[in-house]
Design a protein around this ligand. Structure first.
Ligand SMILES: Cc1cc2nc3c(=O)[nH]c(=O)nc-3n(C[C@H](O)[C@H](O)[C@H](O)COP(=O)(O)OP(=O)(O)OC[C@H]3O[C@@H](n4cnc5c(N)ncnc54)[C@H](O)[C@@H]3O)c2cc1C
Length: 474
């Protein structure tokens, strides 16, 4: 008896995770990716002999599915956790060294692990520091299953709990922006609560950060392609799926038949559609339990990165955050760029929720961010800028505003054999690498169940012992 065939549409982290789950579970897998490369929203390019990523990507210790994915594709050593959470937060001071305060966890149990750092957090007035505890306690009391959390912004919740604008800017947005890709004032309380409770309020080490020391294209796309090939899956790049035909009739007769690619039908017993929400809206067959209009309603939130190559080292931190500056976060990317450290330093400035910046000319952005880096790092004032390049992702994530929870579909599309994956689907997480991987595992596991290959046969990424019910696997 031949193995059931599954087609996965989309080679981002969701599609790669679905494909690995399926092939490890015994299915015959064909993964179709429209672009010439895998990795989706995580990619790299070469310029003047150095590698640049489309945007700095960071994960946390609590991103367990993503970290398991890295292990499965043999990349874990290339995106290590960087020790205890420790972020220098810099505020420029005219004519002087910037003021630095550290967000550094210690060994106290959660939620006290940042307590000592916050009592000394000089970017907040003592009165604002004293008010932090009330908001933390209120966050702790929230139930993530409470649907009403998605009808309010995080900002209004913070205001109700005594957080003034200065505290939102100097602390809460510092975490909201990189995780939700929106400021607290616009972000859904539901997703903010998920981030804060999972990352900071439950386990003391959950928010320890990790990021790649190789180009993202190698970390994800290339490594996953090898892992899939080794496992026996077929990967077809430059293969844009045009349509997903379903059977005529009702009930099980309406099952998915496969996909049209290059004008030809590629037959399949199950299809995992793991494309961004705009593309999914175009491809979903009539009758899917996802309203294409609703999918488009998820909107988009941009991220830009300004990459600067200096002729010398301009700062010593692996990464830093900034306040009162156009810079939000800045990373030392010398290692992943491939630049020998004795030749200079590569840095990436990451700007989330970049609605204003996204439409600006690259030259203006470079000028502004090079000047901002000089304000933050005195050595950058005399260093020579050897090269600079801007990467802009207009649709980096969906817009995590209130009301989005009900728009995010579960993996079951309502059409037998067709499953949905992607960071935008109902994972409980914001649009992150962790959410993408979880969605792929959930969709892949559901397809395997269709093949009557229950729990015990779920291999690789899907851990039968783990409760992923929130992600729609149960
Ligand atoms: C600049 C930037 C910075 C980010 N920073 C972080 C971060 O620090 N931490 C974090 O966790 N997350 C971050 N993210 C978010 C994270 O990258 C995404 O949530 C995740 O990679 C999305 O994966 P996905 O598989 O759901 O979708 P995608 O990666 O978008 O993959 C979808 C794939 O489907 C393909 N496709 C589309 N249509 C078709 C078709 N018709 N046929 C075949 N293939 C098709 C596309 O080409 C694409 O490869 C960032 C994103 C960006 C852009």
């Amino acid at each position: 008896m031949s193995a059931p065939r599954a087609v996965v549409v989309g080679g981002g982290l969701a599609g790669l995770s679905a494909a690995l789950t399926l092939v490890d579970g015994g299915a015959e897998v064909v993964l179709l990716e429209a672009r010439p490369r895998l990795g989706g929203a995580t990619w790299s390019f070469q310029r003047n002999g150095l590698s640049f990523d489309n945007g700095q990507h960071v994960h946390m210790r609590c991103c367990t599915a993503y970290r398991r994915f890295l292990r499965r594709i043999g990349s874990a050593q290339d995106a290590p956790l960087r020790g205890r959470l420790e972020i220098p937060v810099l505020r420029p001071v005219p004519g002087a060294e910037p003021a630095v305060a550290w967000l550094r966890r210690d060994s106290l149990p959660a939620p006290l692990q940042l307590g000592r750092a916050l009592t000394r957090y000089r970017h907040l007035r003592p009165a604002d520091r004293a008010r932090l505890g009330g908001a933390v306690l209120a966050l702790l009391r929230l139930e993530l299953t409470d649907a009403s959390l998605d009808s309010e912004t995080f900002g209004s919740f913070l205001a109700r709990h005594g957080q003034r604008a200065a505290a939102v800017e100097a602390l809460w947005d510092l975490i909201a922006l990189p995780t939700l890709n929106l400021r607290a004032g616009e972000a859904s309380l539901a997703l903010a609560a998920k981030v804060f409770k999972t990352g900071l309020l439950t386990e003391p080490d959950a928010a320890d950060l990790g990021w790649a020391r190789v180009p993202l294209g190698r970390l994800h796309g290339d490594a996953a392609a090898s892992a899939l090939r080794l496992a026996g899956a077929t990967v077809r790049r430059r293969s844009k799926v045009e349509a997903i035909p379903v059977g005529a009739g009702t009930g099980s007769e309406r099952a998915v038949q496969g996909v049209f690619v290059g004008g030809e039908l590629l037959a399949a017993d199950a299809v995992v559609l793991a494309v961004p929400h705009e593309a999914a809206a175009d491809l979903l067959p009539a009758g899917a339990s996802v309203d294409p209009g609703v999918v488009a309603g998820l909107g988009r939130s941009p991220i830009i990165d300004v990459h600067v190559v200096y002729d010398r080292k301009v700062f010593d931190y692996p990464m830093a955050a900034a306040l009162g500056s156009p810079v939000q976060y800045v990373f030392d990317t010398t290692e992943s760029s491939g630049m020998p450290p004795e030749e200079g330093q590569c840095v990436a400035v990451s700007v989330s929720g970049a609605d204003a910046e996204h439409g600006e000319a690259p030259a203006r952005l470079v000028e502004r961010y090079v000047a901002a880096l000089a304000e933050l790092f005195p050595r950058a004032r005399t260093a020579r800028v050897v090269d600079a390049v801007v990467t802009r992702e207009h649709s980096a994530t969906f817009r995590a505003t209130p009301g989005t929870a009900r728009l995010r579909p579960r993996p079951d599309s309502g059409i037998p054999g067709l499953y949905l994956a992607g960071a935008w689907t109902d994972t409980g997480w914001p649009a992150t690498m962790e959410g993408a991987v979880r969605s792929g595992i959930a969709a892949g596991a559901m397809a395997l169940r269709r093949f009557s290959r229950a729990r015990g046969l779920l291999g690789g990424l899907a851990d039968p012992g783990e409760d992923l019910s929130e992600e729609g696997v149960a």
